[in-house]
Design a protein around this ligand. Structure first.
Ligand code: GRF
Length: 200
């Protein structure tokens, strides 16, 4: 059974999906700690309801990004975390986290990468006129949504979609895909080979 650390910034619906999958025994894992950079993140309440330890680290309270991230690394290590899941974490990961967790840190993105990286991916897809968008779970590297891809699901873009309706259709798939990817990692079935992730 592996230990997961989840890092959030807001709503935390992916965190909820992960906790649900763990509690239903779908993933051989335990959520050991939830960390947020935002004290108001709703996901923190959800974690507390499930008796999961939480920590808040506000970047502005640290002299620089390195010191901030080192504190996060310290907490993850204290909880003996094997896998870090970014779930709506709104900051680019820096050197301390990457050094400690490259190959053990994954993220979920609401588009089919490499299309529409960064913020507001659903709006980007709509504005571009894409007919298909989707969800990507990938390992985190030093870029913005550029790491090796683990799993993807395609989601159709409808003609009358708004950012809200498309986001909702994509989110439904996010909640299925993230636990699936975590399960593969927990079972030791993911192997990174350069840009590619082999599923064993
Ligand atoms: C999700 O759409 C996720 O793909 C993106 O940020 C959003 C977070 O939602 N990275 P939530 O906090 O998990 O509800």
């Amino acid at each position: 059974m592996i230990k997961i650390g989840v890092i959030i910034s807001g709503r935390g619906s992916n965190l909820q999906a992960i906790i649900d999958a763990v509690e239903l025994g779908k993933i051989p894992a335990q959520v050991a700690v939830v960390i947020s950079n935002n004290p108001k993140a709703y996901g923190l309440e959800w974690a507390k309801k499930h008796n999961i330890p939480t920590k808040v680290y506000e970047p502005k309270k640290f002299p620089d990004k390195n010191t901030y991230e080192l504190e996060i690394v310290k907490t993850l290590r204290a909880h003996q975390v094997d896998l870090v899941c970014l779930a709506g974490y709104m900051r680019i990961v820096g050197e301390p986290l990457l050094q400690q967790y490259f190959g053990k840190m994954i993220n979920i993105h609401p588009a089919l990468l490499p299309s529409f990286p960064g913020l507001h991916s659903q709006k980007q897809a709509l504005d571009y006129g894409a007919k298909v968008s989707g969800v990507t779970v990938h390992f985190v590297d030093e870029g913005c949504d550029t790491g090796p891809i683990i799993l993807q699901t395609a989601v159709p873009v409808m003609q009358d979609d708004t950012e809200e309706t498309l986001s909702a259709r994509i989110l439904e798939q996010e909640h299925k895909l993230y636990p699936e990817a975590i399960k593969l990692f927990a079972e030791g079935k993911l192997k990174i080979e350069g840009r590619k992730v082999k599923i064993l």
